[in-house]
Design a protein around this ligand. Structure first.
Ligand code: AHM
Ligand code: MG
Length: 338
């Protein structure tokens, strides 16, 4: 049989083998993931013909972060809430676009999981046909916590995530997820309408040749990050680097995962706590990057160990391969000890 005639592995088949991560409810993982898969197919269809329908531009409202909501932000959020809220195993949803967590299946004993998501990351790129993405993270309800305290379902450190992933609506649509058994990527085969395994067991290279940061902020970011960037530009890691910054974190991280290098969004004068959100941006990306053999920190601490105190909490985020991250941490540590 030629390679192209061999039946491909779908994401549903793949996650069937990951069921042991959800020992108390067989079929739960597939059910939650299939809600995300359906929502992402609906979102990608809208993204793909965005210029042809009345879905570009903003709506006349801001979200909890004070950011202008794009029509596609709202559409993507509605799709995820719609397809996830019918899953009986889910009790709480929390989204970048909703100030408070959403309670679903009130009173159902089967509701033991929470899903946290950024429905459409890279909003500033939506109208420009540049890649954007959906990011998600799944938690188990902590013992003793009820629906009277929906925030407690999701205010857990990243190392409590049972699964996390993203969907990148780029030149192709790719879903990347981890359930703690490595990182796997599935490309949407548009003629079949299914995500097929295309990137099994992704490993981030120990070193790469790209660095990714919004360098326009060099006057308003902490000096160690400027020093690190100047250092690698001057050859401190023994090779020539190129700069890539798309401004859609999912796309920048996806490239870093496959090609190596480093992505950084440190604190700035305008965002002293960092710009990216801990629960639905940094945590899921950290889980994926660590599972792929890389590192994810706020410059000092592992992202996955940080105790969250608010759903929309921001955090500085650095992710990358071993060599770049070690060099960054050495530069930051040297600055703090001098
Ligand atoms: P969003 O979730 O509202 O789209 O914001 C997050 C995005 C990231 O995708 C990206 O890394 C960052 O904002 C870009 O910020 P900036 O324009 O300050 O470089
Ligand atoms: Mg985002």
């Amino acid at each position: 049989m030629k390679k192209e005639d061999t039946p491909m592995i779908t994401v549903q088949q793949h996650i069937h083998n990951e069921q042991h991560r959800f020992p108390d409810a067989s079929g739960t993982f597939s059910s939650i993931l299939s809600g995300i898969v359906i929502a992402s197919k609906v979102i990608q269809a809208k993204v793909r013909n965005a210029g042809l329908s009345d879905i570009l531009g903003s709506v006349d409202q801001v979200n909890v972060q004070g950011e202008v909501q794009q029509k596609l932000d709202v559409y993507a959020n509605d799709a995820l809430v719609h397809y996830l809220s019918v899953r009986e195993s889910i009790g709480v949803l929390a989204s970048e676009e909703n100030e408070e967590p959403i309670i679903v299946h009130q009173g159902s004993d089967g509701a033991k999981y929470a899903v946290v998501f950024d429905p459409l990351d890279g909003s500033s790129n939506i109208d420009l046909s540049i890649g954007v993405g959906t990011i998600f993270s799944i938690f188990r309800r902590p013992k003793g916590v009820t629906l009277d305290d929906p925030e407690d379902w999701v205010l857990q450190p990243g190392d409590q995530q049972v699964a996390a992933g993203y969907v990148l609506y780029g030149s192709s649509t790719i879903l990347v997820y981890t359930a703690g058994q490595g990182v796997h990527g599935f490309t949407l085969e548009p003629s079949v309408g299914a995500f097929m395994l295309s990137h099994p067991n992704i490993r981030i290279p120990d070193t790469g040749s790209y660095y990714s940061i919004n360098e326009a902020y060099r006057e308003i970011m902490p000096q160690p990050y400027v020093d690190f960037v100047d250092g690698i530009r001057a050859g401190s890691l023994g090779r020539t680097y190129s700069l890539r910054f798309i401004g859609s974190m999912v796309a920048d991280v996806h490239r870093t995962l496959l090609r190596g290098g480093i992505f950084m969004y440190p604190s700035t004068r305008d965002f002293p706590e960092g710009r990216l959100r801990l629960l639905y941006e940094a945590n899921p990306i950290a889980f994926i990057v660590e599972q792929a053999g890389g590192q994810a920190t706020d410059g000092h601490r592992r992202i996955m160990e940080i105790e969250p105190h608010a759903i929309h909490q921001r955090i500085p985020l650095m992710v990358g391969g071993k060599e770049e991250m070690d060099k960054l941490h050495a530069t930051v540590a040297a600055a703090s000890s001098s």
